[in-house]
Ligand binder design. Structure first.
Ligand code: FES
Ligand SMILES: [Fe+2]
Length: 321
């Protein structure tokens, strides 16, 4: 049995049923408490490492009332600061109208209000008419306020709590479960931002179970009836399907669809890193009438290709080929 499957089986016993009050979804006070007790303390994904390839590349991240600048300051270092000038608190980097966030490259951040400047390390490098500030300004109180940054799986994470636990600790056991998939070696081919007209938990809860699939996504049923499951993993959880009949043999020889297995030499194997040939759909999938659905253009089983369309660099899709 693989280590991953072994890990998945080490799950918690089912907890007692819990009824969540409606205030969790509707109350402003509850949302404010989430801001202070949850979002201010939890690790959050803000982007991919490859989105900041060069020194000076930055992006901004907005979460409720806070705005952050995430910037590469060295080949192996990414830092994050509150997007707030230390003088009068003006936002340092503005989001262009209609854009979701700001992205760019530079060697300094210049405040648009009174022109104070900051280098990539967050140090203040220029105060206009500094001689008129005879006292009070120090390197410390003019420094941009820093936020914790971590990376795992190719994602950049931030945490606004200076006392937070290390990212890896927070992610366990999810990180160990997912490490074999080498997500840091994958690149997204497309991404779509959506604003859901609901409380964030309503949206999230729909991705924590497969129970709804036959009724909400009946089109998936043409691929077969797979037993879906959901398991608690500490503060995290995972969902999946039991592998369809015959898929186990494919997995044994080639690894799962998302795990690179350089040793595999089968011409039809889609799992070798860097391959550019058109991926061959697994045997249990035949091309559906009307072509592959958006989530299945890569010929991956539905459970693997929903979401952001992850592929390894160089991999082509049936549509692109
Ligand atoms: S608020 Fe930034 S320089 Fe004054
Ligand atoms: Fe769904």
């Amino acid at each position: 049995m693989s280590e991953t499957v072994d890990n998945i089986r080490k799950t918690e016993a089912l907890s007692e049923p819990l009824t969540i009050g409606v205030e969790a979804y509707l109350s402003e006070e509850y949302a404010r408490a989430e801001r202070d007790k949850l979002w201010a303390k939890v690790w959050q994904q803000v982007g991919r490492v490859e989105e900041l390839p060069k020194i000076g590349d930055y992006l901004t991240y907005e979460i409720l009332d806070d705005s952050l600048i995430v910037v590469r300051t060295a080949p192996d270092t990414i830092r994050a600061y509150y997007n707030v000038c230390s003088h009068r608190g003006r936002r340092l980097v503005d989001t262009p109208p209609g854009a979701r966030d700001a992205r760019g490259r530079g060697r300094q951040f210049v405040c648009g209000f009174h022109g104070w400047r900051y280098n990539l390390e967050g140090q203040n490098t220029h105060v206009s008419e500094r001689e008129d500030w005879p006292c009070g300004l120090t390197g410390q109180n003019t420094h941009l306020k820093e936020v914790k940054v971590g990376t795992w799986g190719g994602w950049i994470w931030i945490n606004m709590d200076p006392e937070c636990e290390p990212l890896r600790e927070y992610l366990e056991p999810a990180a160990t479960l997912l490490d074999p998939f080498q997500l840091e070696n994958m690149r997204y081919r497309w991404r779509r931002w959506l604003v859901f007209d609901c409380n964030w938990k309503v949206a999230l809860e729909a991705f924590m179970e497969t129970y709804h699939v036959p009724y909400t996504h009946p089109e998936f049923m043409k691929f077969g009836a797979f037993l879906g499951w959901a398991r608690a993993q500490g503060r995290h959880s995972n969902i999946g399907y039991d592998a369809p009949k015959g898929m186990g043999r494919t997995r044994q020889s080639c690894g799962s669809a998302a795990v690179p297995t350089p040793a595999c030499r089968r011409p039809s194997c889609r799992t070798s890193p860097g391959r550019t040939r058109t991926p061959t759909p697994p045997r249990h999938l035949s091309k559906p009438r009307g072509g592959w659905s958006r989530n299945c253009r890569k010929g991956l089983p539905p459970t693997r290709c929903s979401g952001t369309g992850w592929t390894r660099p160089g991999m082509t899709t049936p549509r692109a080929a």
